[in-house]
Ligand binder design. Structure first.
Ligand SMILES: NC(=O)c1ccc[n+]([C@@H]2O[C@H](COP(=O)([O-])OP(=O)(O)OC[C@H]3O[C@@H](n4cnc5c(N)ncnc54)[C@H](OP(=O)(O)O)[C@@H]3O)[C@@H](O)[C@H]2O)c1
Length: 244
């Protein structure tokens, strides 16, 4: 299987590349300098030239790019996996949310991800759309809860709600679940979440201990939110295994 992956200078994509290679895939990275994603035609040509079986679109960037990749894949008989986010949902007290829950984002990032999802779905009905929660890695790096905790704890005490259940998963476990979605015959929207019931307070306290951070984490009773994602078709390893 030949996979083309976007966003490989970012946080999630390099770990997904490792997971795909571990499964025997040939992986190409989309180099935006060589293949600028500036129009439907340039994207069509780039995808045709690189000739993947699957495009895994993990980069952020314009929603048009996502739509153009899906159009190219649909026209050329290739498959596309697009990573979206729990941010397509507004904060709420009751979860977890199933894959058919209606996106109702209240912030710009969530609305952007929801629009990109819609463009991908419209152009490629067999697309795999994978919504992810907040990623937790083994060390500080860009765009993870680990990095956030490092920065917050360096500034002073960290308030963490005992009544917020976030969608989140260990980055390597997310990557393994994404690699397992590649090759699926049927498309659709999938929820990847490894949080079976830990509060933000429990997660940050355990993560701090695991990292040897000694962060001053203080239990708070707000916000009250359950933003976990559910999907009986997908197994993502329980974060409790990583944070025990
Ligand atoms: N990290 C998380 O906790 C998290 C949570 C939920 C969902 N996600 C989703 O997972 C995917 C990967 O996230 P990530 O954390 O790896 O993202 P990231 O580290 O912020 O960036 C990923 C890549 O996006 C590309 N990019 C950024 N700005 C761009 C622009 N203006 N135009 C074109 N490309 C641009 C870059 O690609 P190049 O490599 O080409 O430079 C960058 O390496 C995204 O779809 C994100 O929404 C992540």
């Amino acid at each position: 299987m030949r996979a083309l992956v976007t966003g490989t200078n970012g946080t999630v994509a390099p770990v997904v590349v490792d997971a795909l290679r571990a499964e025997g895939a040939t992986v190409l990275a989309w180099d935006r300098a060589a293949h600028p994603p500036t129009s439907a035609e340039s994207v069509r040509q780039s995808v045709a030239e690189m000739a993947p079986d699957w495009v895994l679109h993990l980069a952020t960037g314009s929603e048009d790019w996502a739509g153009w990749i899906a159009q190219a894949c649909a026209a050329q008989g290739r498959r596309v996996l697009f990573t979206s986010s729990v941010s397509v949902f507004a904060p709420r007290a009751h979860g977890p949310l199933p894959p058919n829950a209606e996106p109702d984002a209240t912030d710009d990032y969530g609305r952007y991800k929801a629009r990109a999802e819609a463009l991908v779905r419209e152009a490629a009905p067999d697309a795999v759309i994978a919504r992810l929660g907040w990623q937790i890695g083994p060390a500080p790096g860009t765009n993870t809860m680990t990095d956030w905790l490092h920065r917050q704890s360096a500034e002073g005490p960290v308030e963490a709600s005992t009544r917020w259940l976030p969608a989140c998963s260990w980055l390597r476990d997310t990557a393994a679940a994404l690699a397992a979605l590649v090759g699926r015959a049927e498309g659709g929207t999938f929820h990847l979440d490894g949080n079976k019931g830990l509060s933000f307070y429990e997660i940050t306290t355990r993560l701090s201990a695991r990292l040897g951070l000694d962060a001053d984490i203080r239990a708070a009773d707000a916000p009250v939110m359950d933003l976990r994602l559910s999907d009986p078709r997908i197994t993502v390893r329980d974060i409790a295994d990583r944070l025990s």
